[in-house]
Design a protein around this ligand. Structure first.
Ligand code: SF4
Ligand code: SF4
Length: 167
């Protein structure tokens, strides 16, 4: 049965699959790497595989600047929330509420990350969390340890939110 809900307005409110929250990189299909490189985009090359690092430099003001010509992986990706709307398990409004709650949680986490050393915001969120935790572990002062505990707590809440996107 076709989905009766229009999900097209949800992604610009979210962008978690482009901004380094859900993924660290996007694998590129054969031929896509040259196209992306010609546009000046940075690539990760490992062995025979090439990927587009996240947060994606194509993301601007919550929109993909290469939308018409985006990688196949991006064209085909549907997160768990979009799939649940298409399956009639959630309405668009319910999903938008979940996206907003998740975004608020991630904002809280990013505010805590800003208090930790060595966490450039050009890195994906999972890497920033690992870097922050490691740097805070070596700082015994009460303020750093409070930030460390706050990060662990907010990270756990965030992960429970993100499960719904990865289902
Ligand atoms: S995570 Fe889902 S709702 Fe968010 S931008 Fe990606 S596909 Fe859209
Ligand atoms: S190319 Fe576009 S759709 Fe793909 S990750 Fe980057 S911003 Fe998102």
């Amino acid at each position: 049965m076709a989905c009766k809900e229009d999900t097209s307005s949800l992604c610009p409110d979210c962008t978690l699959c482009c901004d380094g929250t859900l993924f660290s990189s996007i694998p590129l299909a054969a031929g896509e790497a040259d196209r992306m490189e010609a546009r000046g985009l940075p690539l990760i090359r490992r062995g025979t595989g090439t990927s587009l690092p996240q947060p994606c430099q194509c993301l601007n003001a919550n929109l993909c600047t290469h939308y018409e010509d985006r990688p196949l992986q991006c064209m085909q990706f549907k997160c768990g929330l979009l799939k649940s709307v298409e399956a009639g398990e959630r309405t668009t409004d319910e999903t938008r509420t979940l996206i907003r709650e998740t975004s608020r949680q991630i904002t809280k986490l990013r505010e805590l990350l800003a208090r930790a050393p060595s966490t450039p915001d050009t890195h994906p969120l999972s890497r920033r969390l690992a870097e922050a935790t490691s740097s805070l572990d070596s700082l015994p002062d009460p303020g750093s340890q409070e930030t460390r505990r706050g990060l662990a707590q907010e990270r756990s809440v965030m992960e429970s939110h993100l499960k719904q996107f990865l289902d």
